[in-house]
Design a protein around this ligand. Structure first.
Ligand SMILES: *[C@@H]1O[C@H](CO)[C@@H](O)[C@H](O)[C@H]1NC(C)=O
Ligand SMILES: *[C@@H]1O[C@H](CO)[C@@H](O)[C@H](O)[C@H]1NC(C)=O
Ligand SMILES: *[C@@H]1O[C@H](CO)[C@@H](O)[C@H](O)[C@H]1NC(C)=O
Length: 379
């Protein structure tokens, strides 16, 4: 009996983990956004560490907010996942007509995609050099000031809301996670009993320090899962507010429609589009596509909108696919109000309230050329 069947017998809700839903469909295009791999902490949040001095030392060989060796390894695994899942869209050798790759203009995202690409296109056939088993594959990037994927540094309307949201009260969440908030308050010596939104950056620092091999101590270790659960909720206090999610990922969603429609009309367009980015990009795309939000995306987590064609009918559907972490099983996510394989027109109908043309986005954001962006505040 296959693993899928066993799962179906045991817990029927787990069938979404099986590949069966894709049976009888043909993959037409995938639009994938992923988080970078493990990184050192951001300078702005290092004080949330249990041991900022040691963490600073451990980070010094990389600099703040930089991809680490563990991060490269995880990025490489992400690349292997992409090659495995999308082999039918990609030739063994790089072909620029088949794949579009865009990274935020941030070193850790760029290094992540470069590393992943080494696994997506391992060298085959004639080598260009005998000493190196690597093929160069290009990606594109947009300066942070103009990138619709970095709203927290270039969209003034969202930026204002974003910083206010970190300190705004959220009584329900506060009550639910009061235990975690109290322990963090006493362990870190920072009073966050009424600031639940800070659990997300605090957990972020914890994860980065653990990835660098720096322990949290027994008290925090014991509740690490609870802190993670709280962070999964608390990220929503800043990046999950329905009033703003279109400013975070509305243009990205619009881009999905554009290229899905090109692909459906038979135009020559890359069948795999990859955006190397950040946890908030993954999370925000989940939010605008109205799937069940998966909490803080782990390092190198990915969220893909797969455009598929039902072989028997020729109908196009969207399947949202979440990779919690390279090496884990994918989870299929359901758009609220739609079937798991969501008919394309229905998908647009349900989500287009969150989609935004880039010029409208700039207007609503209140973007102006003299805006000075602070790249270091990209989370
Ligand atoms: C899906 O396809 C696989 C392999 O082609 C097959 O083993 C499996 O039985 C199919 N599942 C369903 C539900 O059709
Ligand atoms: C690259 O991909 C395009 C689109 O699939 C195809 O038409 C073309 O022949 C490919 N080129 C090479 C060199 O394989
Ligand atoms: C934390 O701040 C709140 C007010 O926001 C206060 O009521 C509480 O006593 C403080 N707790 C600690 C441990 O300082």
């Amino acid at each position: 009996m296959s693993r899928c069947n066993v799962l179906m017998l045991l817990v029927w809700t787990r069938v979404v983990l099986c590949s069966d839903v894709t049976n009888g469909t043909e993959l037409v295009m995938s639009f994938l956004v992923h988080r970078h791999g493990d990184r050192t902490p951001l300078e702005s949040t290092i004080s949330f560490s249990t041991d900022p001095e040691t963490l600073e030392e451990l980070s010094s060989q990389y600099g703040y907010g930089q991809l680490t060796i563990a991060g490269k390894k995880r990025s490489y695994e992400l690349g292997k996942f992409i090659r495995r899942r999308y082999y039918e869209l990609l030739s063994p050798k790089y072909n620029r007509s088949e794949i579009y790759i865009r990274s935020t203009d941030v070193t850790r995202s760029k290094m992540t995609i470069l590393t992943a690409l080494a696994a997506i296109y391992p060298p085959i056939g004639e080598r260009w050099h005998t000493e190196i088993a690597w093929e160069p594959v290009p990606y594109t990037t947009v300066p942070v000031k103009y990138d619709f994927n970095t709203a927290m540094v270039n969209c003034p309307k969202f930026m204002t809301a974003y910083y206010a949201l970190y300190t705004s009260s959220a009584p329900e969440v506060t009550a639910r996670f009061s235990g975690v908030l109290n322990i963090l308050t006493s362990e870190l010596g920072i009073n966050i009993t009424n600031l639940p939104a800070l659990v997300y950056p605090i957990y972020d620092v914890f994860v980065s320090q653990l990835s660098l091999g720096l322990e949290l101590g027994p008290k925090l270790d014991a509740i690490l899962d609870d802190i993670g659960d709280a962070a999964d909720e608390c990220i929503g206090l800043t990046f999950g507010v329905n009033e703003y999610i279109h400013l975070q990922a509305g243009v990205l969603l619009e881009e999905f429609y554009t290229y899905a429609e090109l692909a459906m009309s038979g135009e020559d367009t890359p069948k795999l589009r990859i955006y190397s980015a950040h946890d908030f990009n993954v999370y925000s795309l989940e939010a605008v596509t109205k799937v069940n939000r998966q909490g803080v995306p782990k390092y190198a987590a990915a969220y893909a909108l797969e455009l598929r064609k039902i072989t028997s009918t020729g109908d196009y559907v969207v399947l949202p696919v979440y990779l919690p972490s390279p090496g884990e099983d994918v989870v299929y996510l359901q758009v609220e109000g739609c079937d798991l394989l969501c008919e394309y027109d229905r998908f647009v109908e349900l989500t287009e309230g969150n989609a935004l043309d880039i010029s409208l986005w700039r207007d609503e954001c209140g973007f102006s050329e003299d805006l000075e962006v602070d790249e270091a505040s990209i989370g």
